[in-house]
Design a protein around this ligand. Structure first.
Ligand SMILES: Cc1cc2nc3c(=O)[nH]c(=O)nc-3n(C[C@H](O)[C@H](O)[C@H](O)COP(=O)(O)O)c2cc1C
Length: 358
């Protein structure tokens, strides 16, 4: 099963299955001298389940940094992080081994690989993405070096527009509704990369938004990606769409941000803003039409295992992590951060990294 790595120089490989002993990541290409405390990783991992009322599998996410960090700083070697799976209930999946869940990856995994781990969706499970969230904590530290911040917000949940005032109540009612109807919902998320330096991205196959889109569309259940004014761009005339260019506080800026912060695949200092849509959780208790792969006959099936009533808030956490990974990678690719060490070259021999702070 190829394709477990994200990034060009700052490369994150994740491993592990939803119901295996543990999951984790290996980060290759992280420069030496970056301050990294277990607390920073813990802080990101505790965001895994932002709203427990929407989720039935809650994990403690006990983790260990196995390599790549010494005395609180990265040393340039691969950083390996292991996260234990402690709350698995695999038996429930035995009942649906032969009847793939509509909307999930059971069918395609079977067709492509023949032999698969049927417990909890294996690599197709949202669970495995918590490794990426751990790697995102490291990437966010690289972003901080250049004062770049990745933020996000929920725009829609289950078809309702959400804001900080109604968010909790919408979540409560979606959880309640899911209990009553046994059905699930999706949502829309907006991600903002604040203060990107000029020149991230390259015009052909490393366009900044294309690398972000690649990362976001790899998150399970993501069904669309749009940057700036997105699909509405096609409805505007160029005279309204184009962002006028001017001087602002001594810097060249555009006066609007319909482009979403990227032109010709390259950032120019405006915030990079994009949105994506998450489909409803495919596993539901409602009986659905499927096939029995053993008898090769039509069969009705309903999910037995645990599932999220709406996993959009969890996908939001993952989206910040992958966006930080792509941004960190581009900061290195564009020369803003050295891939060898964050300590200035002339200081490397003179000072130990212990004397430096982020
Ligand atoms: C954080 C996260 C949590 C998820 N939780 C569930 C879940 O509880 N049940 C489920 O059926 N799918 C869940 N999914 C979605 C499936 O993983 C996804 O639909 C499946 O792998 C098929 O991939 P596709 O929808 O991209 O085709 C989750 C996805 C993410 C990112």
């Amino acid at each position: 099963m190829a394709g477990n790595t994200l990034g060009n120089i700052f490369r994150v490989t994740t491993w592990g299955e939803s119901h295996g002993d543990s999951i984790g990541c290996v980060i290759d290409g992280c420069p030496a001298g970056l301050r990294l405390s277990p607390r920073q990783i813990r802080d990101e991992l505790t965001r895994d389940i932002p709203y427990p009322v929407l989720t039935r599998r809650v994990e403690t996410n006990n983790f260990q940094i196995l390599s790549g960090v010494f005395e609180g700083y990265t040393i340039g070697t691969p950083i390996s992080i292991i996260i234990r799976n402690s709350n698995v209930e695999s038996d429930k999946y035995k009942k649906i081994i032969h009847t793939p869940r509509p909307g999930h990856a059971d069918l395609t995994y079977r067709m492509k690989y023949g032999h698969v781990d049927w417990r909890g969706g294996s690599r197709a499970s949202g669970r495995t993405w918590i490794s990426t969230v751990a790697a995102g904590a490291v990437a966010k530290n690289i972003c901080k070096l250049k004062s770049v911040a990745v933020t996000s917000r929920l725009l829609e949940l289950g078809g309702y527009k959400v804001n900080p005032d109604n968010l909790e109540s919408v979540i409560e009612s979606l959880a309640e509704e899911s209990k009553e109807t046994n059905d699930t919902t999706g949502g829309i998320i907006e991600v903002k990369i604040k203060n990107p330096p000029v020149g991230l991205g390259a015009p052909m196959f490393n366009r900044f938004q294309a690398d972000l889109g690649h990362a976001i569309l790899n998150i399970p259940g993501v069904k669309s990606f749009e940057i700036g004014s997105g699909k509405y761009s096609s409805r505007l005339k160029a005279s309204l769409f184009n962002d006028p260019i001017d001087f602002k506080e001594g810097k060249i800026k555009t006066l609007r941000n319909r482009a979403g912060g990227v032109l010709g695949g390259i950032t120019y200092g405006n915030p990079v803003i994009f949105r994506f849509a998450v489909k409803p959780t495919p596993s539901i208790l409602i009986p659905q039409k499927s096939v029995n792969l053993r008898t090769m006959k039509s069969a009705m099936m309903s999910t037995e295992g645990r599932f999220d009533a709406n996993y959009t808030p969890r996908a939001q956490v993952v989206s910040e992590a992958v966006s930080a990974i792509i941004t960190a990678d581009h900061l290195i690719l564009s020369g803003y951060v050295s891939h060898d060490s964050i300590i200035p070259r002339k200081e490397r021999l003179l000072f130990g990294m212990q004397t430096r702070d982020l």
